[in-house]
Design a protein around this ligand. Structure first.
Ligand code: NIG
Ligand code: FE
Length: 430
C-alpha cells in the first residue's frame, strides 16, 4: 500500500470516542451508542480528518512531519456549545448573592436581571465588549469547546442589537461562532409591546446581514406565542433559521411552536408539556437542555432559609428529560453562558452535571455535547462526529477512558485542542 503523507497525526490514543455515523440528530437507542476505538490514531490533512482507525492501520497508511503522541489519552470531537449569550457588559455577582441568601427570588430576577445587563452592555464600548468576548472564547477553547452559537439580546434596540451582532462578526478567534439575532429577549421597561415587536421585525433585514439564526424568548417572561410566531414568520421569509428559548419559566407551548417553525433548536424546556414533547419528537428540532441554569438559580434544591422551607421551584427536570428521551426527542446540551442565569463557560461541567441531574449514560452525554449540538446548528454533516471527511475539530483528553472525562468532575481534563486541523491549545501539563 502506498504511504500517504498528511499534515498532522494524533498517534496511539487509548481511545478515540465518537458518535455513531448518522444522518440527522441522534435519538432513541442511537443516542445511547458510541463508537469507541481502542489504541487508535487519527490522520489530518488541511482542516479535515482523513484517517481514523487502529494505530497499526493508520501508521501503515500515513506519515506526517507533525505527530502528537496521545498515548494514554482519549480523543473526541470538539465540544459544541449551541446556546450562549457571549457578548455582554458588566457582571451580576451582587444580584446572585441576593438570590442565594434569600433576599430575593430567582425567578423575579430574570426579567430585571436581563434589563440590568442591557444597561451595562449599552454603556460598554465595542472594544470592551470585544476584549471580554475574546477572553471568554479563550477560556471556552481551553475547556474543549471548538464551536459555539452566540446571540445578541442585551441591546434591545435596533442600533444596539446590530452593534452586538457586529461585535460578534468581527471576533477573530479559532472557535467557530454561529451568530443569532435575539432582538426579542425581553420587552424593555416602559416600552409598548406592540411597537417593540414591530421594531424587532423591522430590524430583521439588517440583522440578516449579520446573523443566520433568529431567536425569541418564548416564555411568560418574554414573548407570547402569537408574538413569537409573527417574528418567526418574518424571519423565515428572510432566510433566517429559528431557535427558541422555550418554556423556561412556564409552559406557553413554546416547544410546539419551535417544531412548527422548523427551528434548529428549542432550548431550556423546563416546563415542556407532553404535547410539546410529542411535537418535538415528530420534528428535527433538537431540544437543548441546560443543567447549569437550574443549578445556579437554585431552582431544583429544597432548602431551609430563615426557618422557611424553600421548595424547588422547577418541575422535576430529570423526569421531563426522560419523558423527552422516551418519546424520541433528539436532545443536546449547552452552557447558556450569560452573566445572570448561567455564568458558566464549561461544557465539561455541563456534561458532568447533566449526567448527575438527569441520570444519563456516558454515551448520551457525549452525543448530546457533540453530534446533536452540531445538528442543532445545522452543522452535523461537518462536525461533531469523528469520521473521514469531517472537520478536524478535536479534543485530546488527559484521561485514558471517555467515562473519566465526566466521572472526574471539577477540573479540566483537556490536554490539547485541535481546530480546523491545527493544534491551537495545549495545557501546560500536557
Ligand atoms: O437563557 N432566558 C432568557 N435569557 C437568559 C437569561 C439571561 C440573564 O439572566 O441575563 C437565559 O437564561
Ligand atoms: Fe439563553
Amino acid at each position: 500500500m502506498k504511504v500517504r503523507s498528511c499534515d498532522l497525526l494524533l498517534a496511539g490514543a487509548s481511545e478515540v470516542v465518537s458518535s455513531p455515523p448518522h444522518v440527522g440528530p441522534l435519538r432513541n437507542e442511537a443516542l445511547d451508542r458510541l463508537v469507541v476505538t481502542p489504541f487508535a490514531s487519527l490522520a489530518i490533512e488541511s482542516d479535515r480528518i482523513v484517517g481514523i482507525g487502529p494505530h497499526e492501520d493508520i501508521a501503515r497508511q500515513f506519515t506526517s512531519s507533525v505527530t502528537v503522541d496521545v498515548s494514554g489519552k482519549v480523543v473526541s470531537a470538539g465540544l459544541i456549545d449551541p446556546h450562549t449569550h457571549l457578548v455582554h457588559g458588566g457582571a451580576r455577582d451582587a444580584e446572585y448573592e441576593a438570590i442565594v441568601t434569600g433576599a430575593s427570588l430567582a425567578v423575579s430576577h430574570l426579567g430585571g436581571g436581563i434589563n440590568s445587563t442591557v444597561a451595562m452592555t449599552r454603556s460598554a464600548s465595542d472594544a470592551e465588549l470585544t476584549f471580554r468576548a475574546l477572553a471568554d472564547l479563550d477560556t471556552m477553547l481551553a475547556l474543549g469547546t471548538t464551536t459555539i452559537e452566540a446571540k445578541s439580546g442585551y441591546g434591545l434596540s435596533r442600533d444596539q442589537e446590530l452593534r452586538l451582532l457586529r461585535v460578534l462578526a468581527n471576533l477573530d478567534h479559532p472557535v467557530s461562532i454561529e451568530r443569532t439575532y435575539l432582538g426579542a429577549h425581553v420587552v424593555p421597561a416602559e416600552t409598548d409591546r406592540r411597537n417593540f415587536v414591530d421594531q424587532i421585525i423591522a430590524t430583521l433585514p439588517e440583522a440578516r446581514l449579520l446573523a443566520d439564526w433568529c431567536d425569541v424568548f418564548c416564555d411568560p417572561v418574554g414573548f407570547t406565542v402569537p408574538e413569537t410566531r409573527a417574528i418567526g414568520a418574518a424571519a423565515l421569509m428572510l432566510g433566517f433559521r429559528m431557535r427558541l428559548h422555550a418554556d423556561q419559566t412556564g409552559d406557553i407551548a413554546g416547544a410546539a411552536l419551535a417544531a412548527e417553525l422548523g427551528a434548529g433548536s428549542a432550548d431550556h424546556l423546563d416546563y415542556i408539556s407532553d404535547a410539546g414533547i410529542a411535537a418535538l419528537a415528530a420534528s428535527d428540532t433538537v431540544g437543548v437542555v441546560l443543567p447549569t441554569v437550574a443549578l445556579h438559580m437554585l431552582e431544583i434544591f429544597p432548602g431551609l432559609l430563615d426557618g422557611r422551607t424553600i421548595e424547588p421551584s422547577k418541575p422535576d427536570l430529570a423526569e421531563r428529560v426522560h419523558a423527552m428521551l422516551d418519546a424520541g426527542v433528539a436532545l443536546a446540551l449547552s452552557t447558556d453562558y450569560n452573566p445572570g442565569s448561567s455564568p458558566c463557560l464549561s461544557m465539561q461541567l455541563v456534561m458532568q452535571l447533566a449526567m448527575r441531574f438527569f441520570h444519563l449514560s456516558y454515551a448520551q452525554v457525549w452525543n448530546m455535547a457533540t453530534a446533536n449540538a452540531a445538528h442543532s446548528l445545522g452543522l452535523g454533516h461537518d462536525r461533531g462526529t469523528i469520521a473521514p471527511g469531517m472537520r478536524a475539530d478535536l479534543v485530546v483528553w488527559n484521561v485514558p477512558t471517555h467515562g473519566l472525562v465526566i466521572n472526574r468532575f471539577g477540573a479540566s481534563h483537556v490536554a490539547h485542542v485541535v481546530k480546523d486541523g491545527r493544534v491551537v491549545y495545549s495545557a501546560t501539563s500536557a
